[in-house]
Design a protein. Structure first.
Lengths: 185, 190
């Protein structure tokens, strides 16, 4: 007979668990999977390992932020819709606070000559960090000689013609749908 | 109205983000740098660097930073800028949240069906193109220095780029380490 008080304290606990997960995931995304697994499956036992794996697959293939997808689904499964909302907000809170502090701090310091020098070094490295995963992702996306034109066309449309990536996603999804229908009939 | 614009733009960014973090960058660049000009191309790169070394997904990090900066640049006071940051961050979240609640059950049930498989068979390669586009768009004079006006910076940037690319691809050096090394290099050579 926990009643509302029991439910509330459960939700508060859930909020802090997800806030902790959010706070310790540097760089976002997949880095958070092992931390989540430890907290959710091993320590809190809100989900079994199989349920956790299923959610992982769905979170990868639905739009939105991977971390939020995970948190909303886990929260929802363990404590209903309210749990989903609390979980998502918990995961998002630490990053909002940290970036807000940096934004406020950065406005004051970005004209500092040393900060500018540091960022002149960092900027080309960041571009490399973005370029590098294209090659490993090409393997996961099963890119072969037959479909390599898809990423190339997408890339040219965005960079040379200024087409919004939204259209690329919509058209690619639709094309896949139609292609599947044609192949079967 | 800046608050309404922030809400619409970041709702769009959240709703069309397939494939996580980096895939979202070309979309954020398109909306935030090109269309609305809330940030410059180099500010955008700075946020990507910052979000590699701070907690949380890149999408939320970009939203928080852009929300704050855009409202402040419109001439509003600081507390309004903080509201803008929170509003932009929550705007990224709400559509994926609702989608996740409703379609996850359906997708779990049908994820092995041929229709879902064939949709993703085209979507996944396209997303690789999206990420490549983000990298190419950022290879600008803003981030590398211009070859004619600042030749030294341009050549140094190319070397840092190659070093970082090879380091992450072949030696799997952690992105945070890479960013710290590049920052130190900048401090020493400039």
């Amino acid at each position: 007979m926990g009643g509302t008080a029991g439910m509330n304290s459960e939700l508060i606990k859930m909020f802090f668990t997800f806030a902790k997960i959010g706070a310790f995931t540097l760089g976002g995304g997949y880095a958070m999977v092992p931390i989540m697994e430890k907290e959710i499956v091993d320590r809190k036992q809100w989900l079994t390992r199989e349920e956790f794996m299923d959610i992982l697959i769905v979170a990868q293939s639905t739009p939105g932020l991977f971390a939020i997808n995970m948190a909303s689904h886990i929260g929802n499964k363990a404590r209903g819709v309210l749990g989903g909302i609390i979980g998502s907000l918990g995961v998002a809170l630490p990053s909002i606070v940290v970036i807000l502090l940096i934004a406020m701090f950065f406005q004051a310091f970005k004209d500092n000559i040393y900060i500018e020098k540091i960022f002149m070094g960092i900027r080309p490295a960041v571009v490399a960090l973005i370029a590098a995963p294209c090659f490993s992702m090409a393997r996961t996306a099963k890119i072969t000689l037959y479909n390599v034109w898809i990423p190339i066309v997408a890339c040219v449309l965005i960079t040379a013609f200024g087409i919004s990536p939204i259209w690329i996603i919509l058209v690619a999804g639709l094309a896949g749908f139609v292609w599947g229908k044609v192949k079967r009939s | 109205m800046i608050f309404l614009q922030l809400f619409i733009v970041f709702t769009k960014i959240g709703a069309f983000n397939f494939g996580g973090g980096y895939a979202m960058l070309s979309l954020i660049h398109n909306e935030v740098v090109e269309k609305n000009q809330w940030l410059t191309s180099s500010e955008f790169t700075d946020i990507v660097a910052i979000s590699q070394s701070t907690p949380g997904p890149i999408g939320i990090n970009c939203a928080t930073y852009t929300g704050y900066t855009a409202v402040l640049n419109e001439g509003y006071p600081e507390w309004m800028a903080i509201l803008g940051a929170v509003l932009a961050s929550l705007s990224v979240l709400w559509v994926p949240f609702l989608l996740m609640l409703t379609i996850s059950k359906i997708l779990l049930k049908y994820s092995k069906t041929t229709t879902v498989t064939s949709v993703f068979s085209v979507l996944r390669p396209a997303i690789v193109g999206l990420i490549a586009a983000a990298a190419i768009l950022l290879m600008s004079a803003d981030n590398f220095g211009s070859p004619s006006e600042s030749t030294f910076q341009f050549v140094a940037s190319l070397l840092i780029f190659l070093f970082a690319f090879i380091g992450t691809r072949l030696y799997r050096i952690h992105p945070i380490i890479m960013i710290i090394l590049a920052g130190l290099a900048g401090l020493v050579i400039y």
